[in-house]
Design a binder for this molecule. Structure first.
Ligand code: TYM
Length: 337
């Protein structure tokens, strides 16, 4: 067993590719944290059926696509456990216990639930969307994660997770590590290029979202058409100039510079110059990334072996946590033989 601190995070297999916000808000940190942490990363396919469920074959394909993209982004199966959530029944097993500790009002206050259920119409929505954040808490607590690298939109779910860990620990004795959110500074919320009041998301129109599978010409066009403002001054001001600040944040996150440094570099130049440089930085990342993802997808048997190995490593931790939590709750152990 490693004595490094532990990290866990997850991503949904929705759509045919991850979008730039997924990478800059979360996955980039997953890659960086592989060395300093005992790292567990999960493609959360159980979460992907909480809205309109995809066709079964599409779900299988999307799960492989996200796994391949995570590897292309730099996850190394020798330095982290990369696995698929549905391969571990421990996730719903722990989730049930946590559901029984969650208040109805508490779950109703989750803003993502409110947004998504309003969009779909509350009565058409499955109960899974309501309990979704509790399954997410189980994902995290099962691995006794110290840190959870996520974007800003997941902060409230992490707060719920912390509350549930503390509640369980207070009732049944010390069982779960209370995790911390690990949220990047400037890239915490990458915004939609057409509507910089909203986060970039797969559920929004294509023109405002950069998919990492987009060809170079499409990426460049989307960035050149990004909505900014009319005062013409390059300055990092997320409140007053959200569209422009978003471009600075994208450039900074991709090049490892600070937003202030990028703003300084482009100050005095027109927005066109900045857009050109942002487009170049995104394409320089996305092109080799897409080629590497495709190579991995061309060998699904190898991909499945990597995921099986990841699941085995994940199970070694998750099964111990579930057994401990179930014993503490008072479930009778299953007799052997
Ligand atoms: P998901 O699949 O929507 O997104 C994966 C990660 O990408 C981040 N993200 C963003 N960051 C910055 N700007 C954006 N525009 C942007 N869009 C997405 C998300 O914050 C997330 O970190 N509920 C989670 C999946 C999940 C999970 C977990 C995460 C399930 N179990 C356990 C962490 C730990 C979700 O839907 O992420």
């Amino acid at each position: 067993m490693s004595n490094k601190p532990r990290v866990l995070s997850g991503i949904q297999p929705t759509g045919e590719s991850m979008q730039l916000g997924n990478y800059l808000g979360a996955v980039q940190n997953w890659v960086q944290m592989q060395d300093g942490y005992d790292a567990y990363y999960c493609v959360v396919d159980l979460h992907a059926i909480t809205l309109e469920p995809p066709e079964p074959e599409a779900l299988r394909q999307r799960t492989r696509i996200v796994a391949a993209q995570l590897l292309a982004a730099g996850l190394d199966p020798d330095r982290c456990a990369l696995f698929v959530q549905s391969h571990l029944p421990e996730h719903p097993q722990l989730s049930w216990v946590l559901e029984c500790l969650t208040g109805f009002g508490e779950a109703s206050r989750m803003t993502q639930f409110k947004d998504k259920s309003t969009r779909a119409g509350a009565d058409r929505q499955g109960v899974g969307l309501f309990t979704y954040p509790i399954l997410q808490a189980a994902d995290i607590l099962l691995y006794q994660a110290d840190q959870v690298p996520i974007g800003e939109d997941q902060r409230q779910h992490l707060e719920l997770t912390r509350n549930l860990a503390q509640r369980f620990n207070a009732r049944y004795g010390d069982t779960f590590v209370v995790p911390e959110a690990f949220i990047p500074k400037a890239a915490a919320k990458i915004l939609d290029l057409q509507d910089p009041t909203a986060k970039m998301s797969k559920s929004r129109p294509d023109a405002g979202t950069i998919y990492l599978s987009d060809p170079a010409s499409v990426i460049t066009r989307k960035i050149k058409r990004a909505v900014t403002d009319t005062d013409g001054e390059v300055r990092y001001d997320p409140e007053g100039k959200p569209g422009l600040s978003n471009l600075l944040a994208i450039h900074a996150a991709l090049t490892g510079a600070s937003v202030e440094a990028v703003a300084k570099e482009f100050s005095g130049q027109g927005y066109g110059a900045l857009k050109g440089a942002v487009a170049e930085a995104v394409v320089a990342f996305a092109e080799p990334f897409a080629a590497r993802s495709q190579e991995l997808l061309d060998d699904p048997a190898e991909l499945d072996r990597i995921l099986a190995r990841g699941a085995e490593r994940a199970r070694a931790v998750a099964s111990v946590t579930v057994a401990d939590a179930y014993a503490k709750v008072g479930f009778l152990p299953a007799a052997v033989g």
